[in-house]
Write a protein that binds this ligand. Structure first.
Ligand code: NI
Length: 137
């Protein structure tokens, strides 16, 4: 099995806030991330596809195609957007890095026809990184 990764960046704003909790509870849980005016991050997403290299092309997936899929399905929807209000695939969830990574997986997975989506790794800051590998254990 060969693992191929494409990296991309986007800038978005969000608020970490659970509407079912009080302002005090949200502040205790999310601290300054609960600021209702929001704040931004420069996200880095790494999308890894796993498979055997195609005999004819030598590719697991053509990275030009993967780049286009990521742009159309993810970047065009989230870059310079407010993740709490403007992104269909994040509707109804608190846009933590965990939920963003899972949302990105869900929009990419059906579009990848060469190899199989293996992981979505999302860097929210230099030091905070989450990785989603789908529902399988
Ligand atoms: Ni944040």
């Amino acid at each position: 099995m060969v693992y191929v990764t494409r990296r991309a960046t986007f800038s978005s704003s969000h608020i970490l806030f659970n509407p079912e909790l009080s302002d005090e509870e949200n502040l205790a849980l999310f601290d300054k991330c609960a600021n209702k005016m929001g704040h931004g991050h420069n996200y880095v997403v790494e999308v890894t596809v796993a498979g055997e290299p195609n005999v004819r092309t030598g590719y697991v997936i053509d990275l030009k195609k993967l780049k286009t899929i990521i742009k159309q399905e993810v970047l065009d929807k989230v870059d310079h957007k407010h993740l709490n209000f403007e992104v269909e695939f994040l509707r109804g969830v608190i846009p933590t890095a965990e939920n963003i990574a899972r949302g990105i997986w869900r929009v990419l997975e059906p579009k990848i026809r060469e190899g199989k989506l293996y992981s979505v790794r999302l860097h929210e800051t230099e030091n905070n990184i989450v990785e989603y590998r789908g529902e399988r254990s």
